[in-house]
Design a binder for this molecule. Structure first.
Ligand SMILES: [Zn+2]
Length: 497
């Protein structure tokens, strides 16, 4: 038996009694987040001397038999196992088959093996290909690049679920944002702290690419994700050496840290807010302000006809709508909120403008439920009567998070844009991250969960990391309220995501 070694590339579906010599590259727990985080299996990546990468899986029912023997990077002899077809979802290898342990599987660690088996293997893909995989659930590729920005709720001691966001510059010069949640964020943080310096090159394995709001590409960590810094891998070392040496210095950007810290959001009264835009330097800054809604200004209506794909206002053609932003003729229209609230507190009055998502959350009624678009293009009309759901918020007091941009400091300034609305008298504001110039917007899942990890209970066997619950005060939320660029406010390209 010891003489008949099987190559992973030669495996055929069915029970295999031959022996394979392999290296256990990585293993992780696949848990079902929908079923109380129940362990489904221990999953792994195995590689042989021919660099054939195969996914393996130990059903939860007998994982204890093998668990104590498993160590990443070690060599094993494995025999008596089932060979199954690879899942077509969340693939981590290109092999057509996968290995499934059974009760009779013999899995023995070897201290030495005569053959050479690679110690690492990555499935890097170029930016365009990763983008092409977004939202498809087909593959979990690996990514390598230069670390540009690091944001961490752990470093900043922010409450709520731990999150780490890395902006990575890929070889194509494209920047992508990698989000790591919960246990993965903590593992990253521990590794980062132990590393003692900021890594220049990072490898992140098994990421799930998602495109949010039709534009920004986010790479979300999964249970199978591992992070490697600089020269910890041969692949990383190669890039590290290439990137550092030609420029003649490792520190082309000086000694500036890539860690971007959260910005504390100060509470202001309305008077302080009004004074600030009169006397302050133009800047992008957020404040919170607790005020009572005294009315809804209806000069420009309470809604606009927006694009169903992006939040921009549609251009009216003779008999159709065009979305300039999506470069889409015959765009599908969707009614969206743009509501100017008159607000006041003990110190003064102001106008706060709220856009679709926040107003819908406030009223629990979508704009499209509150009124209908009648007609199309130049003939489109919307009932401009104030919906009851909106009238109901008058006289109520809320805590508003406001985002000021350069425009607020100009003489044309009339309104403050609301980025969030909270019940009044909430606890002290949590800090949030400032938007850094030249950085991709943070990869925070939006409330629809579009960017978040999902649970796969199918045969894919890769269970994504749980998504962090929505933070009450929008910690780290830079997901971008793109709808703000409508009528009154000129587009501000501060959001580079
Ligand atoms: Zn659009």
């Amino acid at each position: 038996m010891a003489n008949s070694y099987t190559l992973l590339a030669d495996l055929k579906a069915g029970r295999c009694s031959n022996t394979a010599e392999i290296r256990l590259l990585r293993f992780w727990e696949a848990r079902n987040l929908n079923k109380n985080n129940q362990l489904m299996s221990i999953d792994m990546l195995l590689i042989d001397e021919d660099s054939t990468l195969v996914q393996g899986s130990i059903p939860a029912s007998f994982h204890q038999t093998f668990r104590s023997r498993m160590s990443e990077g070690s060599l094993y002899r494995i025999s008596v196992f089932d060979v199954t077809r690879s899942s077509t979802k969340y693939r981590l290898s290109d092999a057509p088959v996968a290995i499934r342990f059974n009760e009779a599987t013999d899995f023995q660690k070897q201290l030495t093996i005569t053959r050479q088996i690679p110690t690492e293997f990555f499935r890097f893909q170029p930016f365009d290909q990763i983008r092409g995989l977004a939202n498809s659930g087909k593959q979990l590729p690996d990514v390598i690049g230069e670390l540009r920005v690091l944001k961490s709720t752990i470093t900043d001691r922010l409450p709520g679920a731990p999150r780490v966001m890395l902006t990575i510059r890929m070889a194509s010069d494209d920047e992508v944002c990698v989000s790591l949640f919960d246990a993965l964020a903590i593992a990253f943080h521990d590794k980062f702290a132990a590393y003692g310096k900021e890594p220049k090159i990072v490898i992140i394995t098994s990421i799930n690419p998602k495109i949010v709001r039709g534009r920004s590409l986010y790479l979300n960590g999964t249970s199978a994700t591992r992070v490697f810094f600089d020269c910890e891998t041969t692949a990383g070392k190669e890039v590290y050496n290439r990137q550092v040496l030609p420029g003649g210095g490792a520190d082309q950007e000086g000694s500036s840290s890539k860690v971007v810290h959260a910005q504390k959001i100060e509470p202001l009264t309305i008077k302080e807010l009004n004074d600030f835009v009169l006397t302050g330097e133009p800047q992008i800054i957020e404040f919170i302000c607790t005020a009572t809604i005294t009315g809804v200004q209806l000069d420009d209506g309470w809604c606009y006809i927006g694009c169903s794909i992006c939040p921009k206002k549609l251009q009216r053609e003779e008999s159709s709508f065009t979305c300039v932003s999506c470069n889409l003729p015959n765009a599908v229209a969707e009614l969206r909120y743009r509501v100017v609230f008159s607000v006041s507190d003990a110190t003064g009055t102001a106008a706060f403008v709220g856009f679709d998502k926040e107003v819908a959350k406030l009223t629990n009624v979508l704009a499209s439920e509150a009124a209908q678009i009648v007609g199309i293009g130049a003939h489109a009309a919307v009932d401009t009567d104030l919906p009851r759901s909106l009238a109901a918020v008058v006289d109520r007091t809320y805590t508003f998070q406001l985002k000021l941009t350069d425009f607020n400091f100009s003489p044309n300034h009339q309104t403050f844009t609301i980025s969030r609305i909270f019940p009044a008298r909430q606890l002290a504001p949590n800090p949030t991250f400032a938007e850094g110039e030249g950085t991709t917007a943070a990869a925070v899942p939006d409330d629809t969960g579009a960017a978040s990890g999902t649970t796969e209970t199918n045969s894919g066997k890769v269970v994504m990391q749980p998504i962090a619950p929505t933070n009450p005060l929008g910690v780290l939320d830079l997901s971008g309220e793109e709808g703000f660029e409508t009528e009154g406010n000129p587009p501000k390209k501060t959001r580079l995501g």
